[in-house]
Design a binder for this molecule. Sequence first.
Ligand code: HEM
Length: 243
Amino acid sequence: MKNKKIDKTPARLDFIQSATGLILAVFIMGHLLFEASILISNEAMYKMTIFFEGYYFFGETYPGIITFLAAAVSVIFILHILTAIRKFPASYRKYKIMRNHMSTMKHEDTSLWMVQVITGFMMFFTASVHLYIMMSQPSNIGPYASSARIVDEFMGPLYLVLLVSVVFHAFVGLYRLAVKWGFMEGKNSKVSRKRFKITMYVLIAFYLIIGLASLAKYTYIGMTHDFADGERYKSKTIIMEQH
Ligand code: HEM
């Protein structure tokens, strides 16, 4: 009998989608925590910023590192979109079938899939704008510069939409990954599914709270200071040479 060739492309694309999704979810968990350093103090956020600019390794700041990081994240983001977009309902008719399916079956995991489609679509625009700004203005980050962007440059509403969509998307995505690849699945898959779901809700609530609190703090700083002259935060302990 002739050996039939199996097309491995769909499985490969599926793997790329899962792997890039996992990397992005881990990235965002770190990102929102680092960025919440503003909740501790302006100084803490400033130190976090110069850490990523390489200050503690090279003794000077290199904002180009941020450009590089943002470019790398953009490549992973685009790969994730390209591999995920195959699964979007391609026509209104397909969408209607999906909706009927969801309401008759009340299948929670199918509804979670819909959450991914909607939040993914929202991020398509909002995350692109954010990543582009991070790539093009890497030296414009800090307690004052970031607050000025949020208030004076009206990035606040965009960040609010991005925050809600990315938090839901990341943790619903991680839940779906755990179920799909059987990660840490115990003997009773119903029980582990329930555990995954509770963890998912707890993480969503936690990240929404710290994200909203940080956004509120940046907004407060932006509204109570006038940064029209481009004033930058000055550290009390680190004296930076002006280039
Ligand atoms: C290497 C790439 C990235 C860098 C360097 C970066 C950096 C930053 C910085 C410095 C802020 C503070 C506000 C500002 O200065 O404008 C911020 C806010 C934010 N970023 Fe990113 N970001 C990156 C990628 C992403 C991605 C891929 C997402 C989501 C898909 C994201 C979601 C957010 C959200 C939601 C906020 C507002 C946070 C809040 O509400 O507390 N970022 N980012």
